[in-house]
Design a protein around this ligand. Structure first.
Ligand SMILES: Nc1ncnc2c1ncn2[C@@H]1O[C@H](COP(=O)(O)OP(=O)(O)OP(=O)(O)O)[C@@H](O)[C@H]1O
Ligand SMILES: [Mg+2]
Length: 264
């Protein structure tokens, strides 16, 4: 299943989806979509509202069960019945509706659902959490991602700025993923500076060797950070381009159906 592109040999995909179909009554959210994610790449998914972007990544990450189709992770067929199944397989997702718990502190948010327990019977029997270890690991992973502006890992997330909150969600994903990270519209609610920070995070995740699937409506962002661009349209895929092969205006034309891409 090797494939070449203008960028050269991409290797074997980490993730391949074939013929994903998902319908909601008469609405065809996914109409037989194929998608490949290659090692070390940032794959952008663009498309109009309702094109099926969120449904596609939900189907890839266990939040939605496709009606049919196949998903291969490292070449092996997988079925994710819940997002936790996908997380256990090393896939971390920041969904479009931001999932942080505002009243909890940063360290607790990072470890939500997989809190570190104290060593010995305190942890195993009394289920006491190891807050110190969580704060240390939280600081380390935020530092690794270059999020230096947050001083105190005990600060409640509701007191952070929008950009810092998003950074926490992305950092959580990056800290736990070992296959790839999925970000659905991570910058939609952010200002210019915060958007820049999240783009830097994406670059750092890529530099760590983790591939990223980035859903975004922001063409300049997409063209800045992505290696390849999957264009979702009407529940299907109108083609895959690169920032080198097409201009943002051409991408939008394909996205809206004004132009069609010759899928050679
Ligand atoms: N749970 C659901 N029940 C019914 N219809 C749904 C459901 N989820 C998605 N859809 C429909 O499926 C289609 C694709 O939706 P999806 O959310 O995947 O689009 P999107 O590309 O992410 O759009 P946006 O850019 O607005 O986020 C839409 O027509 C939507 O109304
Ligand atoms: Mg969406």
């Amino acid at each position: 299943m090797h494939k070449t592109s203008p960028g050269g040999d991409l290797g074997r995909p980490i993730l391949s989806a074939r013929g994903l179909i998902k319908t909601y009554g008469r609405v065809v959210a996914l109409d037989g979509v194929d998608l490949d994610l290659y090692p070390g790449e940032v794959l952008a998914i663009i498309g109009d509202n309702g094109a099926g972007k969120s449904t596609l990544i939900k189907a890839l990450t266990g939040a939605v069960q496709p009606d049919s189709g196949e998903i291969l992770l490292d070449g092996q067929p997988v079925t994710f019945r819940t997002p936790m199944d996908a997380r256990s397989a090393g896939i971390e997702t920041v969904y479009q509706t931001l999932a942080v718990a505002p009243a909890l502190d940063i360290a607790s948010n990072l470890f939500l659902g997989r809190e570190l327990k104290r060593p010995g019977p305190l942890g195993s029997v009394f289920r006491m959490m190891d807050k110190k270890a969580m704060k240390e690991r939280a600081s380390a992973s935020m530092a690794e991602l270059g999020i230096g502006t947050i001083q105190n890992m005990g600060q409640a997330v509701e007191t952070l700025s929008g950009g810092q909150r998003q950074a926490v969600a992305v950092a959580r994903a990056a800290a736990f993923a070992d296959k790839f990270v999925v970000l659905d519209e991570p910058t939609a609610a952010l200002g210019v500076k915060e958007t820049g920070q999240v783009l830097n995070l994406i670059r750092r995740i890529k530099a760590k060797g983790l591939p990223v699937i980035l859903i975004s409506h922001n063409m300049p962002n997409v063209f800045e950070v992505s290696d390849r661009i999957h264009i979702a349209r009407l529940g299907g895929c109108a083609g895959v381009i690169t920032p080198q092969s097409h201009t943002p205006m051409e991408a939008v034309a394909i996205m809206t159906g004004a132009t069609t891409l010759d899928k050679g």
